[in-house]
Design a protein around this ligand. Sequence first.
Ligand code: SF4
Length: 230
Amino acid sequence: MPTNKQTSTKAASITVTVMGHVLEVLDRTYTDHPMADVTQGDAYKVLISCLLSLRTKDEVTMPASLRLFELADTPEQMVRLTAEQIQKAIYPVGFYRNKSLTLIEVSRDILARYEGAVPKTIDELLTLKGVGRKTANLVVGLGHQLPAVCVDTHVHRISNRLGFIATNSPDETEQVLRETLPMKYWPIVNRVLVRHGQETCKPIGPRCDVCPVLEDCQQREASPRKRSAK
Ligand code: SF4
C-alpha cells in the first residue's frame, strides 16, 4: 500500500496523503448523513432504502423509506404487505410500482435463502434482485459496518476530477480505490463525495470558487469556463 508516495496503477498524480487530507476536509464540510439517520445501521433498512433510491433523489427517498419502515422494517413484515400497500407508502419514488414488487421478492429471497438475515458479502448480495455493486457495498459498509468502497457516478466522477485516480468506469474506480485508499477512509468516501458532487462539484458548472479543496484539486475534467461558473 503506498503511503506518502505517488499512488500506483490507475491512480493518478495525487498522493495518498493528499487524498486523505481532501477527504478529511470534505468530511468536516458535509457532516449530515440522511441515509445513516434513516437506516440506523440496520442492514435490511440500508438495502431497502438503497433499492428505493435508484433514480430518485434523497429528498424523496428518505421520507418514503421512513413511511415504509412504519409499516415494515424486517423481511418478515415486508412480505405480509401487499404491493399496493408498499406503493402507497413509497409514492412518489421513481418506478414505485416495480420497486414494490422488487422489495417483496428480495424480502422473500432473504427469508428463503438466508433465514431472514441480510447477507454480509458482496457476492451474496449481488444475487438479490435489483442489487448492483453500489448497493451491495453500501449494505456491507453502512449496514454491516464492514470494509466496503461504495462507488456511484458521483464518486467515480469526482475521484477522477480531483486527481485521485484515472479510471474509465465505476467498477474500475472501486477496484483502484480499494487498492490505493487507506481503509480508514472507506466508510466516508461515498458520503462525502456524493454530497460534494450534489452541492459543489456538479457535473456541469462546478462551484470551484467556494470549493473547500480547490488547492488540492487536479481539476482534470472541468473546463476553465465551467470551473468559474457559479
Ligand atoms: S475545485 Fe472545482 S473541480 Fe475541483 S473538486 Fe472543487 S468544485 Fe470540483
